[in-house]
Design a protein around this ligand. Structure first.
Ligand SMILES: Cc1ncc(C[n+]2csc(CCOP(=O)(O)OP(=O)(O)O)c2C)c(N)n1
Length: 559
């Protein structure tokens, strides 16, 4: 049976009508009418997560795994604020997260009634729309709530960013006597196909050296098809792992960060300069690419769902509003004119050189307890069709140095670069898929978010590779920061914590790796499908040795 509260019934009915499948429920009494109504309706799969910070990221993981919006529902007060980090991540990674918070009636906010704060608008500009429902059930109030929820859902589907629905619920809270959901109106939203101006067509036709940069994105076969056609015309396609493009094309490069490093250091970077840059998707990890293009002031077209400016190279001239596949199709239709092959060849030749050197360098390092060596090995061991979740900080940067030999999905909380939800996102994702999910993560990121592992004890498809270097290693690589005397103690938060006890307690098989032989011995089992438990591999590395190896690596590329 459902709650008797009409606003609760409206919300749940509309979530069902909008095709929402997954609902993450956080404990509490004020949201019990919502919790009961969601869980009583057979349209939803409900997930229970106690900690709202983790629940928000878990919901992001579900949304990534299903490619569908996900609801996270919490009680009133500080519970709502604990969702803020995930809301911020969802905003900047364009994840359709729907926050539904239960609230006390407006009259009681700030009246020392306990567990109250101004919830409406609490996420400020980090949600596309925040709606405040009313609790009355007269005709006008019902119309108002319906319209508010529809408006928020239209924003969500137009821009794929989070929304917040705040639901005031008055006492008595626990009357569950309703047996049907109301038949709520849905307002349909139609999308627009992008229109290119004649001036743009002219620029495209004249451009000989076209660089397309695919930022963070989920796998999109339609966009891939368009990218493939553009690559066939001679555009160079730069795509980090997080772009999730699986085009097997000769004009496709993931390792452009190291290519730029070599060309810039050797003074040959003019060979790589484009005369038009097109970006699609979200964030780009490579600082080197951003710096390279910022110096050039080359015309830059950016494709985005809501047509917002993203002037990342400080030279944006065009904003194409629309889905990536539609916008790329519109560009493809301008002409079949072939672009400059010399330009393409400069990139491809440089990429081939780097690949050769990467392999030679890895062979020279005979220890696995070194971040660069380990990340290089992991990238090449992940089986095809799996999911690799990268932690932020050093891990995501090192991963970019090595191309993936197989097709697999790569995720990372890159909207905010936060270290607080990487495990929760991965656990949410793994709970929704049969495929193997690997998490490659640093120690501070791991220990920050490990309470979610309580929910992972039965996920046999989850494998965590923890690089435990005992600090936030990234800080010692930042010029200026690395000279501060208290770097290790306060900035890099040095520690001696190990994961073994925690991991075993929540049902993981635990393996500690100290040399290459151990790693090879366990690899077959670790990277294969059969396992009775989730697994955690902890590799203890030495940050000083790591630093030395990075330097050697970059010198080796120049030889
Ligand atoms: C929520 C949050 N707090 C603080 C930071 C700042 N920060 C960036 S990287 C980092 C250290 C991460 O350390 P670890 O996960 O061990 O990775 P490593 O640098 O050792 O590879 C910190 C604290 C952040 N990104 N997010």
């Amino acid at each position: 049976m459902y709650s008797s509260k009409t606003n609760v019934l409206q919300v749940v009915s509309l979530m069902a009508k909008y095709g929402i499948n997954d609902v993450v429920l956080c404990p509490g009494s004020r949201n019990a009418p919502l919790t009961q109504t969601f869980s009583a309706c057979n349209k939803f799969t409900c997930h229970s997560i106690v900690d709202e910070r983790s629940a928000g990221f878990y919901a992001i993981g579900l949304a990534l795994a299903t490619n569908n919006p996900v609801v996270v529902c919490c009680t009133s007060g500080s519970a709502v604020l604990n969702l803020a980090p995930a809301v911020a991540e969802a905003y900047y990674q364009r994840i359709p997260l729907i926050v539904i918070s239960a609230d006390r009636p407006q009259a009681w906010i700030g009246q020392m009634d306990g567990q109250t704060l101004p919830q409406h608008g609490a996420f400020n500009s980090l949600v596309l729309k925040s709606v405040q429902l009313v609790k009355e059930n007269d005709k006008e109030s019902l119309w108002y709530n319906n319209r508010q929820i529809n408006e928020a859902m239209i924003k969500l589907s137009r821009s794929s960013r989070p929304i917040h629905i705040n639901v005031p619920i008055s006492e008595p809270l626990f009357d569950f006597s309703t047996d049907t959901l109301p038949d709520e109106r849905v307002i349909t939203y139609t999308k627009q196909y992008p229109v290119l101006t004649s001036e743009m067509k002219d620029v495209w036709t004249k451009a000989e050296k076209v660089m397309i940069v695919q930022g963070q994105n989920q796998t999109d076969p339609y966009a891939e098809k368009q990218l493939y056609e553009l690559a066939e015309k001679g555009c160079i396609l730069l795509c980090e792992h997080l772009g999730n493009i699986n085009v097997d094309s000769y004009s496709y490069s993931t390792i452009f960060d190291n290519i730029l490093y070599v060309f810039e250091t050797e003074g040959n970077s003019t060979d790589l300069v484009p005369d038009l840059v097109i970006t699609c998707g979200g964030h780009i990890v490579s600082k080197r690419l951003k710096h390279f293009l910022r110096k050039l002031h080359v015309p830059h077209w950016h494709i985005s769902l809501d047509g917002e400016v993203a002037d990342v190279f400080q030279s944006q001239t065009v904003c194409i509003k629309g889905s990536e596949s539609d916008a790329l199709e519109a560009i493809n239709q301008i002409s079949n004119y072939q672009k400059d092959n010399m330009y393409l060849n400069s990139w491809m030749k440089a990429g081939a050189e780097i690949l050769k050197k990467n392999n030679q360098f890895l062979e020279r390092i005979d220890k696995i307890n070194c971040g660069l060596r380990l990340v290089g090995s992991v990238i090449s061991c992940i089986p095809s069709k799996s999911i690799l979740h990268l932690g932020n900080s050093t891990v995501v940067r090192l991963a970019q140095l090595f191309p993936k030999p197989y097709k697999y999905t790569v995720c990372c909380n890159r909207g905010m670069n936060g270290i607080e939800g990487s495990l929760s996102t991965a656990v949410g994702y793994a709970s929704k898929t049969k495929e193997l999910n690997f998490v490659l993560i640093g120690d501070l990121s791991f220990f920050y978010d490990m309470n979610v592992l309580r929910h992972a004890g039965k996920l046999n498809n989850l494998r965590i590779i923890l690089i435990n270097n005992g600090v936030g290693e990234i800080f010692s690589t930042i010029p200026g920061l690395n000279k501060i005397p208290e770097l290790n103690k306060y900035i890099a938060a040095g520690h001696k914590t190990k994961a073994e006890g925690w991991a075993m307690q929540v049902g993981f098989s635990y393996i500690r790796i100290s040399d290459l032989d151990d790693y090879y011995n366990i690899s077959e089992k670790f990277y294969s499908e059969q396992s009775m438990h989730p697994m955690l591999m902890e590799v203890m590395t030495d940050p000083n040795k790591d630093k030395q190896v990075y330097e050697e690596y970059f010198n080796f590329l120049l030889k």
